[in-house]
Unconditional design. Sequence first.
Length: 565
Amino acid sequence: MNKYIVVLLFSLVGFSSCNKDYLDITPSDRVVSDQVWNDANLVKLYVNGLYAGIPHGFDTHLWSKYTDEAYGDNTWLMGTWTADNITSFGASSNYIDYFKRAYQYIRSCNIYFNEIDNSPVSDNDKAALSAQVHFIRAFIYANLLWRYGGMPIVEEIYDLGDEVKFGRNSYQEVLDYIIQEIDAAIPHLPEKYGYTESNFGRATQHAAIALKSRVYLYAASPLNNPDNDKSLWQKAADAAKLIIDENAYDLVPNYENIFLDVNQEILFARTFNNTNGHLVSFINTNHTYGGWGGWGGRNVPSQNLVEDYEMINGEMIFNADGTINPASGYDPQNPYVNRDPRFYQTVIYNGDTFRPELRGSASPDYDVTMHISGLDASENPILTGTYGIDSYKVNGDNSRTSYNWKKFIDRNLVISRSNGGYSQPWIFFRLGEIYLNYAEAMFELGFEDTARDYVNLIRERAGMPSLPSTITGDELKMRIRHERRIELVLEAHRFFDVRRWMIAPEVESDNIRGVEIYKYPNGELLFREVTLIERPQWDDKFYWIPIPRSEINKDSGLTQNPGWD
């Protein structure tokens, strides 16, 4: 048996089955392989640790700031990333670059399959554990496929110093491998775990089928399916329909509650607790004189996103030519009135009320005041003591767009970076996405009525009017895509959606905008749009993330993505 060293990431996995007795080994963060594979309990802990290889969106700033959903303190949207600096976007803060981390965990999965048959784990437990590892390995390869396209499929174990050259497998070969891994997992997984069960957060049949639905949906899309092979759309629809027909999940009646705790809409999630948590509530909450105390200015909703929320009557606020749609009833002097209810459950805006108990006498009306000199503004002469425009800036922790996130923020928790972390789950798959996957696939298969019906289920839950039967063809396609933008905002879909639909040349070339709000002595407000990030012209090489040059230099058989040499 090879005496490789196994690194167990105990601290990253919050399953209740972990037992601290197994951490009392020297060195404390490493376990020699003989000790792992000769102890059934350590094998289970090893598999627990593999879940940390699936990237979740609560690592620092979510993925919103790498899309048109948000403005943030990053250079990604300026197009400055290259094969030489891409690893700076791959730390625990974002997982844009996922190459090194993915293959570290793939190696750990391969070690498991190399050793499990010689371990003392019972046959029943072996089947269950192996199914989880097949699922995890499939999810890791899916994340590679979505970022880079076809990548090397590696099932062997190599030691330090081994000279190995990997050629890239094709997109289709990796797709087939992912499906093979999912199909190997499904028979030995439970259908689901109840959201109050201690095992909630482990792989299930339904999680595996949901992954299959998303993998096929992406594969069927224009970027990866230029010939529009309908069989891929059919497979995406079939997988989604399997979940729907189980009747095992329900849409949570109140949209904002989906994201605050585990619930009956979630198929698969990364769970946390208050001692092993994340910092999303702290990082996405405005600092403000009013006392919220977070780092919110580093990732805040863009004006681009805010403008895409419909009015409550179902009308878009702007026409295609940028003029105001008169049928919407939109008033630019009162821009936050009568909008899609999901706007109020996702975005903190000027005039909103958010955690008034933290503000005390600092804000007598307890409203959010994002206007210049308001308590929550990024420019505030009250705080600086002068009125020179250059001294208005409070700090980088206040929103530059005049918005903050409300989605994912538990209003009952202390806003602090030292409270052990927050426990809201990161949702990988939920019923709302499955409905939208099914709607999109069915539209592409020619079943417009069915597609419209499933979009309308999402809209009904949100409190929005149904799409009428008169919306058909390209307009219906646009509305299905628009529904994903609004319903799934902040959930790490937008980055891939705009690429797979091949609308990125337009969307990714739009400047990132915010608003400055001025308050007249009579109380009236002036909203002035500002450009915060000037986006470069789209280059088709941006469809795929470059492989780090350091990895290309290590392996002469590994070819770079087009345009990144």
